[in-house]
Design a protein around this ligand. Structure first.
Ligand SMILES: *Cc1c(COP(=O)(O)O)cnc(C)c1O
Length: 434
């Protein structure tokens, strides 16, 4: 059995969760325990010295959370994973594991609004600089790299305009410049794209979205490929004696596990942004159906996108799964199973028509989330991107008339019925007066 490499759907159900060795429980048990009894004082000392494997305290690791981490590492094709309390906690941990006061990171311009705020405000207050770069412009990116730059951060499917990252080109760029490529794979999920297969070093994701799949749990994950060489001298936090671990040198002691060990043993230990056991269990339930959910999400999204594109009340549709999208070719290459189910469109009549459209919807829920079984809708300019300046908003691909959809798993006819009746109401006044 060990020689067989199982398929994605099999691993989505089984990876990380053999039957419980003690009770035989087939579903993953929820180990709702803050701490774990040591076998002996000697074993305890070994654990604390990072010489043995085992659980000490659930801020650092927990068996149910470990099942989720192992399954995510398997699905993304990485060496290992560390789970966090949210997607933003996960990506902050990655930055803190590699960068400190005086350092600098590169980030794509086309990222989640919360990422822009976290990087440009909170990291700045900690003395870590960020430059937002156009990821299609390698010359501009090269000009932005500094000796103290520690990573390049991009999204597989950029939020919200759907810009697709050319992962192989970006990985080559990052490695030529001595830094790891970190990819936020939230919108694609490992079903649509596994960035590590295209050269990414670290994958982060908000597990809150498609991984959970039901809008019930906030969580995050970091998966490491274990391939990047942190011993070049550019990453002293990993390659020099750690004050936080009595002089241990992570690259020497842990080899390819150096980054994962620093992430858990120092960042999770000191920041305390761990995932809880019950939340990990809910995310494991979500993962079991990820492949069949994504299939339906993608099928419904394609129907809704084409319906909108043909609708006279719609000015534009920006779905990378449609040939009209500028990154359709990149989507075909990196997301052969489909470009997810989150995309934007512009309604005729601008901001006011957009507002009326959203208020008139009956089935689609107006809220700030994506990747739910339920279909969702939001107006980014007044919500997710409202903290950004007009220039930042334009750079992120958000216009005043932009409406963002997350197409769910309902009967597609019902979704189209709701869109049509809401568009009718959004433009009713003008039709009467015209
Ligand atoms: C939601 C989201 C995040 C943040 O994740 P949380 O779980 O809400 O902290 C980061 N990146 C993307 C692309 C997201 O959609």
């Amino acid at each position: 059995m060990n020689d067989r490499s199982f398929g994605f759907a099999t691993r989505a159900i089984h990876a990380g969760t053999p039957p419980d060795p003690v009770t035989g429980a087939r579903a993953a048990p929820i180990y709702q325990s803050s701490a774990f009894v040591f076998g002996s004082t000697e074993a305890a000392a070994e654990l604390f010295a990072l010489r043995g494997y085992g659980h000490i305290y659930s801020r650092i690791s927990n068996p149910t959370v470990a099942s989720f981490e192992e399954r995510m590492a398997s699905l993304e094709g990485g060496l290992g994973a560390v789970a966090f309390s949210s997607g933003l906690a996960a990506q902050l941990a990655v930055v803190l594991a590699l960068a400190r006061n005086g350092d600098h990171i590169l980030c794509s311009q086309n990222v989640y609004g919360g990422t822009v705020t976290q990087f440009s405000i909170t990291l700045d207050r900690m003395g870590i600089g960020v430059t937002f770069v156009p990821i299609g412009d390698l010359a501009a990116m090269r000009a932005a790299v500094r000796p103290e730059t520690k990573l390049l951060f991009v999204e597989t499917i950029g939020n919200p305009a759907g810009a697709i990252a050319d992962l192989e080109t970006l990985a080559r760029f990052a490695h030529e410049n001595g830094i790891p490529l970190v990819v936020d794979n939230t919108f694609a999920s490992p079903y649509c794209c596994r960035p590590i297969e295209f050269g990414a070093d670290i994958v982060v994701a908000s597990a809150t979205k498609f991984i959970c799949g039901h809008g019930t749990t906030v969580g995050g994950i970091v998966v490491d490929a274990g391939r990047f060489d942190y011993g070049s001298g550019r990453f002293p936090l990993l390659s020099e004696a750690s004050r936080g671990y009595h002089g241990k040198v992570f690259t020497e002691t842990f080899g390819e596990y150096a980054f994962l060990m620093r992430l858990r043993a120092e960042i999770l230990r000191d920041v305390g942004s761990q995932l809880g056991a019950h939340d990990a269990w809910l995310l494991l339930q979500g993962l079991e159906t990820l492949p069949i959910r994504m299939e339906r999400h993608i099928a419904n999204a394609a129907i809704v996108a084409r319906h909108l594109e043909a609708h006279p009340d719609i000015e534009w549709v920006s779905y990378p799964g449609l040939p009209s999208h500028p990154d359709f070719a990149l989507a075909t290459r990196y997301l052969p199973r489909g470009a997810g189910s989150v995309f934007t469109f512009g309604i005729r009549g601008g901001r006011e028509a957009g507002r009326r459209f959203i208020d008139a919807l009956e089935l689609w829920s107006h809220l700030a989330n994506v990747g739910d079984a339920k279909s969702l809708v939001i107006h980014p300019a007044s919500t997710t991107h409202s903290q950004l300046s007009d220039d930042e908003m334009r750079a992120a691909g958000v216009a005043p008339e932009t409406v963002r959809l997350s197409v769910g798993l309902e009967d597609c006819d019902d979704l189209l019925w709701d869109i049509d009746q809401a568009l009718e109401k959004a433009h009713a006044d003008r039709r009467v007066s015209a």
